[in-house]
Design a protein around this ligand. Structure first.
Ligand code: ZN
Length: 449
């Protein structure tokens, strides 16, 4: 879809270089009294082709006829009628627009519209300070600047893929281009009857078009750069340009680095907070269960919790054998008076039946209690016991409270969040590529029937 201006252009450039080699072209025809002024063969309006642009065709500003210019002679190539009306002004960059783009002072000297089916695009000819012509291709508001032109711009690698400047090109589209209209002047004879086959390949930011044995490689130019360079208003581009670099693609390395750093950070935080974890309990209590019904809650401690929020591993054990012991525990904050209640029990039963020996339960149990704020605490404990079959009630129960690091689930949550954000970016990147290839007949995101 990136269209070069046709086969004539390159030959014409070669001729132009030879002409330059013979000497400078300082004057236009109209400045030189020895050369008669050129006039339009249709309407006889004066034509002023610019010598230093090597102009070989010019569109009459009055009747819009395309006129060939060679050797001080003119010939009518063809009328355009209303197709070309206002084209010079309505083009993405109007004729005569001047600006400095990527280090070159450029002026829009010609506009061509071509189409394939219902898809239309603009080709803008721009002259630099030396009168050399370069091209901007405008696809639905997406601008691309000519980067290379000629039969050898693109090469083929060992895998028989086309390569431009180290970028492997992928087949994007193929079709015949029809001439629609032109305005301005061009360094080659325009041939409106020509319907060249054009094959496009992409490797963002490049698109390489093969047309009439010549490669035309264009590089994507963001529209804000065009606006800044030419000081014009431009419509916002629609959709994704076939060679538009994916912003997500560009950020991919940054994203990978940030993701990795976030994962490392999460792991470091996890380990750092876990470093205070100790095998020594912050409090170890032996609760007397000999006469639980008449006993007051027993008090243990005080002990300190240093972290802002604490996860506590409460381990209750009792020598239960065909018996149970239940403890009601309260952690009382000495500063605030606030208490945190929890209830823990252990039970263990065993016996014999037709299948042999069986047992059930355990004499020890551990429970994680989370989100206990920092402070000095006292542990209050009260117990109950019971028996089954021939069991005897236990006399004691042990409570050991360990200060635990943030649980692994916190780390997993953090990792999950980080990966979800990274995954979101990857998804956006996929969507962008899918939008790019929607316009292609060779969409790798679809199964080609
Ligand atoms: Zn005319």
């Amino acid at each position: 879809m990136a269209r070069g201006p046709g086969r004539g252009a390159v030959e014409s450039r070669e001729r132009k270089r030879l002409a330059f080699a013979r000497g400078p072209w300082a004057k236009t025809h109209n400045d030189d009294p020895r050369v008669p002024p050129l006039t339009c063969p249709t309407c006889h309006a004066a034509l002023s082709p610019t010598e230093r642009y090597g102009t070989e065709s010019i569109v009459c500003a009055q009747c819009r006829s395309i006129v060939g210019v060679a050797g001080g002679q003119v010939r009518l190539i063809g009328p355009q009628g209303d197709r070309a009306r206002g084209l010079g002004e309505s083009a993405p960059l109007p004729l005569g627009s001047r600006g400095r783009l990527r280090g070159k002072a450029l002026e829009v000297t010609g506009v061509i519209v071509r189409e394939e089916g219902d898809y239309r695009w603009h080709e803008l000819a721009l002259a630099d300070e030396n009168g050399d012509i370069t091209w901007l291709w405008v696809d639905r508001g997406h601008f691309s600047l000519l980067a290379c032109e000629g039969p050898h711009c693109v090469s083929m690698n060992d895998s028989r893929e086309y390569v431009y400047g180290g970028h492997t090109l992928r087949l994007f589209g193929r079709g015949k281009a029809d001439f629609v209209a032109a305005a301005g002047e061009f360094p080659f004879p325009i041939d409106p009857a020509e319907h060249p086959l054009i094959t496009d390949y992409v490797a963002p930011p490049y698109v390489a078009s093969f047309e009439s044995k010549v490669w035309w490689v264009f590089e994507y130019v963001p529209v804000h750069e065009i606006v800044a360079a030419f000081g014009v208003e431009c419509e916002a581009p629609s959709g994704v340009g076939c060679n538009q670099p994916a912003p997500y693609q560009r950020q991919r390395i940054a994203l990978a680095v940030v993701t990795l750093a976030a994962l490392v950070l999460a792991a470091v935080i996890h380990v750092a907070f876990g470093r205070n974890a100790s095998d020594v309990p912050v409090v170890a209590a032996t609760v007397d269960l000999r006469d639980p019904k008449n006993a007051n809650p027993q008090s243990f401690g005080p002990f300190k919790l240093e972290r802002r929020w604490n996860s506590l591993d409460v381990v209750v054990s009792s020598p239960v054998d065909n018996a149970w012991a239940d403890l009601t525990l309260a952690l009382v904050n000495e500063q605030t008076g606030r208490s945190y209640w929890t209830s823990h029990g252990v039970e263990f039963y065993r016996g014999w039946d037709s299948d042999g020996a069986w047992s059930e339960g355990s004499s020890s149990r551990s429970t994680l209690v989370r989100s206990i704020p920092a402070g000095t605490y006292t542990l209050l404990a009260h117990g109950e016991t019971g028996t089954w079959s021939t069991g005897a009630p236990p006399h004691t129960a042990m409570v050991q409270i360990y200060d635990r690091p943030s649980p692994a689930s916190n780390l997993l949550l953090a990792v999950g969040l980080i990966l979800a954000i990274a995954g979101g970016y990857v998804w956006l990147g996929y969507r962008f590529e899918a939008a790019r290839w929607e316009q292609s007949d060779f969409d790798p995101h679809k199964d080609n029937e």
